[in-house]
Design a protein around this ligand. Sequence first.
Ligand SMILES: [Zn+2]
Length: 461
Amino acid sequence: MSAAQRVVIIGWDCAPPQLVLDQWLSDMPNLKSLVDGGVAGRLRSCDPPITVPAWTCMMSSLNPGQLGFYGFRNRKPGSYDGWIANASAVKHPRVWDLLGLAGRRTCMINVPQTYPVKPVNGILVSSFLTPDTTCRYTYPDGLGAQLDTIADGYMIDVDGYRTGDKQWLLDEIYRMTDKRFKVSKALMQVEEWDFFMMVEMGPDRLGHGFWKYCDPAHPKYEAGNRFESAMYDYYLHLDEQLGEFIRLAGDNAAVLVVSDHGGKAMQGSFAMNDWLIEQGLLCLNQPIRERTRFTPEMVAWDRTTAWAWGGYYGHVFINVEGREPEGIVPQERYDEVREDLIARIEGIADDRGRVMANRVLRPEETYSGPHVKEAPDLMIYLDDLNWRVAQDVGNEALHTFDTEIGPDDSVHDYHGMIAGRVPGAKQLDLSGGAHLMDIAPTVLELLGEPIPRWMEGRSLL
Ligand SMILES: [Zn+2]
């Protein structure tokens, strides 16, 4: 019999351990009380350390090679187009599905990749990737009207968060966060639950919008700016809310605070497709002289070896004969072409000519499972993720310091955080290093349910 009768998970998307745990913990009394009575440390994210697939890796305890998606946007096999991985892409049970089958009541609010909504044994409020609140974004269906009443209009995400209007953005993040906490606290009290999980996206939106104002190590930081304490203040606000959750959860509940990945200052953005053009590996139908969104239609595929998609990491695809519609690289030359690409990518330098700490992941070495072949041919972490990858073409220079999608000051980092306390004598043990795939088995053990053999993580108890 396990000691915990109930489990609460509070997700702070993108919460960086080097700030929250290493610098601010002593100013966050509620998080500190959890840590003093339990543990805290780093939680290794999946590869790539991105919201999708990270939360689903965490809640299913499976790697992307099993799940079949490697980011928000994935490639349709055998085409030059992409598809977006929402909840329809998740074919494996997540921990709440298993708990529901065991007769446990579950309550999930704003966990990524839960739209379109599927029935659960309890309630579910979906997250971003939900078109808007006029859609069926809750289970049961009528819950949305209740949320609007509780929160005076519920809010899923801050639309248009990559904006230069920072005061507006900050106000919107607080508005969203407070609505979510209002709704979550109300549901926590009126619903019956054994497992309660809520994820707040505010920390991620805040990090992307405000990092340069708060981090002296950011290349665009200016001392004494008016948003200097925006991140610190917001985390103190999160801590206040956490205190109320801890009180509402009661003494017999295990409480975990987790993030799906970390964040750090963005050093710059590298135009990978422009670089591939320079290398003679990508050909466009006609030269493009101003920054333009990359589309398959602009590519002369019969002269193209490789192309890239961007984001906080790069996806590189090889135009393989017999695999891509207009592939030209013979299958037997695939390895040679790919190794040549790896060597060239590893040699990419920053704007000052310093060779960066670039990491190139080969999918067959990184993932396992039936969907490994659907991964990009290579996944690129430029300068250990300090530089993002831009896919647009026609840039003035390969190195840029803004993004094609609006202002963004931070990139993702390999480690999120975990802090938690469980009732009873047995505590969480992070000494062997914790991975986000360890969370689902830990929840199952806490609730005295069996851990399926297919789960890749291990219980932290
Ligand atoms: Zn995230």
